[in-house]
Design a protein around this ligand. Structure first.
Ligand code: SF4
Length: 251
């Protein structure tokens, strides 16, 4: 099991008003430097969100060395690929992390009874809201900061993502330490450290979500092109800003 390492002696101001300048301050620096600073400031009130994608694997490895007790959570929608759950278990064994499963409290049967069968085929925004956005909001309500694996190269919608910002929807600091990394940077890190990853990434699935809303993509396509195919939807809603979120959930 990795040992906890010294964090940082520098005290940073994480107030919402100064986060843009702090974000600029960390641009060009290593992701683990930002993680060290955030862990020193927020301790156990900092949490990592993951869908067990390659960026999440990198961040879990970094956190396992810096502060292995950091809570790592994922959204259990009851529709995840078995391969995703397999890599979850591999990561838990390899990195010594304990994952927190966040569930909306609504079984698929209950959802079908309330909203009709296969809601994702008729109203994926509502389905994502029920199974992802709402439970995430509840979980983050008493946290101080959350870390995500968002990267600017993942899609045009994510191209302007800041390194860190105040999350107005959930009311806490949001850190995206790998925002400037490329797909190649992430896979290079995984190869160097011999980290486990979802085997579906080798079968044409660069981005994985729920089974009904994920397709394989052709060589050269946008990495998120296989998500919600046939819908004008590129995000589940957990990473949308308020004005965009309200547009999406009402459509
Ligand atoms: Fe529902 Fe699809 Fe969203 Fe999963 S990704 S919560 S199945 S709409």
């Amino acid at each position: 099991m990795p040992q906890k390492t010294r964090l940082t002696d520098t005290i940073y101001d994480w107030s919402p008003a100064v986060l843009p300048s702090l974000s600029q301050q960390f641009e060009g620096r290593r992701p683990d430097e930002l993680l060290r600073a955030a862990l020193a400031a927020f301790g156990p009130d900092l949490v990592l969100a993951t869908g067990f994608g390659p960026s999440g694997v990198v961040l879990m490895h970094m956190l396992a060395h810096l502060s292995p007790e950091t809570p790592v959570f994922y959204l259990q929608t009851d529709l995840l690929f078995p391969e995703t759950l397999a890599v979850r278990d591999e990561l838990a064994a390899r990195l010594g992390l304990k994952f927190i499963e966040i569930h909306c409290g609504l079984s698929l049967t209950e959802q079908a009874a309330a909203h009709g069968p296969d809601l994702w085929q008729r109203n994926p925004d509502l389905c994502c809201h029920l199974r992802k956005v709402s439970p995430l909001r509840q979980f983050l309500a008493d946290k101080a900061a959350w870390v995500t694996g968002l990267r600017r190269d993942q899609s045009t919608a994510r191209a302007q993502t800041p390194l860190l910002a105040w999350d107005m929807v959930n009311g806490l600091v949001k850190l995206n330490p790998l925002v400037a990394w490329s797909e190649a940077d992430v896979w290079g890190y995984i190869a160097v450290h011999h980290l486990p990853y979802n085997v579906l990434h080798d079968q044409g699935y660069p981005s994985l979500g729920c089974i009904p809303c994920t397709r394989s993509v052709a060589e050269g396509q946008d990495v998120r092109a296989g998500r919600w195919v046939g819908w004008n939807k590129t995000e589940c809603g957990i990473h949308l800003q308020p004005e965009v979120a309200s547009r999406t959930t009402s459509s």
